[in-house]
Write a protein of this length. Sequence first.
Length: 233
Amino acid sequence: MTDGGPKILVVDDEPNIRELLSTSLRFAGFMVRTVGNGAGAIAAVIDEEPDLIVLDVMLPDMSGFGVTKRLRASGYASPILFLTAKDTTDDKIEGLNAGGDDYVTKPFSLDEIVARIKAILRRTMHSEEEAVIRVGELTMDQDTHEVFINDEPIDLSPTEFKLLRYLMLNPNRVLSKAQILDHVWEYDFNGDAGIVESYISYLRRKLDAHTSESLIQTKRGFGYMLKLPGSKA
C-alpha cells in the first residue's frame, strides 16, 4: 500500500472492478491494496491489518461470507463492506451474521462506495470515552465485545452486539426502525425495515432467556425501547 490515509483492502475477482475501486479510493485519500480471491484476502489481512475491507461475496475459491467468518474467528475486528449482486433480506442477514458491517449491491456508484466507507470509518475509528456501558442488569464491554446480564455472559453476533449497544446508549427511549437502521446498519437497506424486526427478535430471545421480564419493549407504530427496571413502559 502507498503511504496515505486509512488502509483499504479491496477483494474482487473482476480486475476491472478492482481497478475502478482502487483508483477512486486512492483519489479519495485512502491507501489501497487489491486481491482477487479469499485466500489472498486472508493473507493480506495477516500482512497489513487493513482499516476496512471491501469484499465481494462471490469469489472463486470461497464465499465472501466464509472469508469474513474466518477473519472474525481469528480476531480481525475492523469493518467489512460486502459487494454483491444479491439483495434479498436473507442474503443481507447472512452477511451481517457472518460479521459484515455494510452491504452494497452491484451495479454500484463509486461515489456511494467512497461515502459509505468514510461514514463507517468515522463511526468505528471514533474512540469511546467509556469502554464499559451499564444499563440496569446489563453490562457491555466495548473493547472485548462481551455482554453480561447479572454477570452471566450472553453470546451475541456482531450485528446483535451493535443493536444492543445502540439500545443501551438510549435506555427508556423509543427508537424508530429508521433510526435503528441508520445507527446500526448505517444506511437504510432500501427501506427494508424487516431486518430490524428480525434482529430485535433474535436479540430479545437471547436476553429474555436470562431475565424474568422482557427488557426490549415494542411500541407499535413507533419502534422499540430498552426498558430500565422499575420504569414505566
